[in-house]
Design a protein around this ligand. Structure first.
Ligand SMILES: [Zn+2]
Length: 433
């Protein structure tokens, strides 16, 4: 039997171990915020050390502990597998079919907070490393496992910290997030959050012409902002190639009932969502203040700073119009609308001509028997930190669309496949003797 088949057979025989490990990981309430990972990091460190990996812990901030385990190989190459162990809160545990912190198995699925996002795949990667260590496959480079905190609140204190410090550097990276439809994800949108503030002039509602209504200003400005959604954007050739390549996956979305026209827009345009509005004091007062929070999604290949410039121009033009419409604002020295960035996730993508893309695709096909199509995530992940440093990075993992939701689950079959894909990908990327 060749060494790959030995590894695959061993993983099949460890099915129950994989389930048990994922259940143990789910039992740690690593809810973020606050996102404390001290205890789970201790557990993972013991597990990986027992498997023969050398393990280091890094604490970027009190309680935000990352585990980096290395399975030493013979050459200089380094392959990084990255996953996060923090999870989002559970707001209504009573509406779940099982305790979210237990990892109960129902119908060949593990139910629990973090099962899909993404303790299932963390468990899969840990077992993959354990099998590679035990079977002494003769890796020609280092397999580096990074199990990190903070992803659910931006990732800067987990993967971002380790990449910045130079702890995580290498020749290729797989981020083990759930990839829908068994796809290989080669890009993700960027996120820009804005806090938009409007200032007006208070007055009695019965003589409202004496004041300026800040809520009205905010709403008018937001409708100006929505206009950036209407523009078809020119994307770099590399990104156009990716959009062509993800068409089979988009067809699957269409089959689920997503209208084609809206899917197309999702991959050609920015999207704007005004998610929060606060303002006013009392119904009979012209409000002097209003504030909105806006979420903007930016496609891979779009220039983040150009988008911000575009928004700033809209703001300047809007305030200029205000000066004419409401001279009393100008004489009171009030600017009208101010805009502040509150969160920044750069979009990122992996060029298709990197050897990593066909390599991992082939591994997925070998393991699952299905040719995987490609996908671009609409959300942001830690992959962007690695891509920013020029490390070829793709995203693959088991899971379900229930991440962050009620009855979050991961199918056990998917976990076994993911374990196999991670193990074989490490062997292919690093080479074996
Ligand atoms: Zn995640």
């Amino acid at each position: 039997m060749n060494i790959m088949d030995v590894v695959l057979k061993e993983i099949d025989s460890r099915r129950d171990d994989i389930v048990k490990l994922v259940q143990e990981l789910i039992c740690y309430k690593t809810v973020n915020p606050p996102g404390d990972t001290i205890e789970i990091a201790g557990f993972i460190k013991d597990y990986l050390s027992d498997c023969g990996l050398s393990v280091n812990l890094y604490e970027s901030q009190k309680g935000k502990v990352s585990v980096v385990g290395t399975l030493k190989g013979r050459g200089k190459r380094r392959f990084i597998w990255d996953g996060h162990v923090d999870v989002v809160p559970v707001s209504n545990p009573e509406s779940w079919i099982a305790d979210p912190w237990e990892g109960k198995v129902v119908d060949s699925r593990i139910i629990g907070r973090g099962a899909a996002d993404m303790k299932g795949n963390v468990g899969a990667a840990m077992v993959a490393a354990s099998v590679l260590a035990e079977k002494d496959v003769g890796l020609m480079g280092d397999l580096v496992l990074a199990l990190v905190p903070d992803e659910e609140t931006g990732g800067y204190l987990g993967s971002g910290f380790l990449v910045d410090k130079g702890v995580l550097k290498g020749d290729a990276c797989i981020v083990g997030e759930f990839s829908p439809f068994n796809t290989l994800c080669v890009g993700e949108k960027g996120i820009l959050w804005l806090s938009v503030k409007a200032r007006g002039i208070p007055a009695h509602a019965s003589v409202k012409f004496l004041g300026v209504n800040a809520i009205d200003l905010l709403c008018q400005f937001c409708s100006e902002l929505y206009k950036i959604e209407q523009v078809d954007r020119t994307l770099p050739e590399d990104v156009n190639r990716i959009i062509d390549a993800i068409q089979p996956t988009l067809k699957q979305l269409e089959a689920l009932g997503f209208p084609r026209e809206l899917i197309n827009k999702m991959y050609k345009r920015l999207s704007v969502n005004v998610g929060m509005i606060r303002g006013g004091e009392k119904v009979n007062i012209v409000p002097a203040n209003a504030e909105g929070e806006v979420d903007i999604r930016i496609l891979p290949g779009m220039d983040y700073d150009l988008v911000k410039e575009e928004i700033n121009k809209i703001r300047i033009d809007f305030n200029r119009t205000l000066e004419k419409t409401y001279p009393n604002l100008k004489s009171a020295g009030i600017e009208g609308i101010t805009v502040e960035e509150t969160l920044r996730f750069e979009p990122s993508y992996q060029k298709l001509d990197a050897p990593l893309v066909p390599l991992v695709k082939n591994v997925i096909k070998k393991v699952t028997g299905r040719e995987p199509s490609l996908f671009v995530h609409t959300g942001g992940t830690d992959a962007r930190f690695f891509r920013a440093k020029g490390i070829p990075t793709v995203l693959y993992g088991a899971g379900s669309e229930t991440g962050h939701g009620i009855n979050e689950y991961v199918p056990i079959e998917g976990l076994i496949e993911a374990t196999k894909v991670y193990a074989l990908a490490a062997m292919d990327i690093l080479g074996t003797t």
